[in-house]
Design a protein around this ligand. Structure first.
Ligand SMILES: CC(C)(COP(=O)(O)OP(=O)(O)OC[C@H]1O[C@@H](n2cnc3c(N)ncnc32)[C@H](O)[C@@H]1OP(=O)(O)O)[C@@H](O)C(=O)NCCC(=O)NCCS
Length: 178
């Protein structure tokens, strides 16, 4: 299975989210979504996506279900979550993939992050990946708790890698062997 089957998830507040692949017409909404979270300034390395909608559509196309996957979570007609994973492009690292995940404030702490991560992990297994990696800021307690819960372990620490609200913060490199 390399294509992703859309999944409905009941969140802890009773709302239902649909997790599905990003479509060409989602490009503007996905850019706005990532930028809203980037503007919070403390969770993501990305502050503002400089992509045009057409460039974002090219990102979706490259996440073709084999080399990668770009998922969105839609709740009450709005994109409230995005999760993407990209497989290594070289023969040396094509057993690995790097992922990222970002939810809007109103969709946090109600199980959506867990559901989106499980979807990425299931897809990763289905395409024969062996190792997933990600970077997380040491100050991001909810994200660290989520990844720990799913079995990720720390393989590295880049000291003072980012300055958040004027203070140096380490970036932790986490991995999950599948
Ligand atoms: C980090 C993020 C993806 C987590 O997703 P989420 O949907 O909020 O997490 P879930 O509700 O699925 O909870 C997963 C686990 O995280 C922990 N957790 C959730 N919220 C937490 C909080 N505020 N503080 C501490 N731990 C928390 C719990 O252990 C929870 O497990 P449980 O539900 O079995 O108790 C989400 O909050 C988010 O997108 N934040 C902003 C962007 C971001 O930080 N992205 C990740 C960058 S590496």
């Amino acid at each position: 299975m390399t294509l992703f089957r859309p999944t409905r998830v009941t969140l802890r507040d009773g709302r239902i989210a649909l997790i599905r692949r990003a479509r060409a017409r989602d490009a503007e909404a996905v850019i706005a979504h990532v930028n809203a979270i980037g503007a919070e300034g403390v969770h993501l390395m990305t502050e503002k996506l400089r992509h045009t909608p057409e460039e974002e559509r090219a990102v979706f196309r490259s996440a073709d279900g084999k080399a990668g996957l770009y998922l969105v979570a839609v709740c009450d007609g709005k994109i409230v979550g995005s999760a993407d994973i990209a497989r290594g492009r070289h023969s040396k690292n094509r057993h690995t993939a790097e992922l990222g995940l970002a939810l809007r404030k109103e969709a946090r702490g109600i199980g959506l992050g867990t559901a989106m991560m499980r979807a990425l992990i299931e897809w990763s297994r289905s395409v024969g990946l062996q190792k997933l990696t990600l970077g997380v800021f040491a100050s991001n307690a909810p994200a660290r708790a989520l990844y720990r819960k799913l079995g990720f372990v720390q393989e590295g620490r880049l000291k003072g890698q980012v300055i958040l609200r004027g203070k140096p913060v380490d970036e932790l490199l986490l991995a999950l062997w599948l």
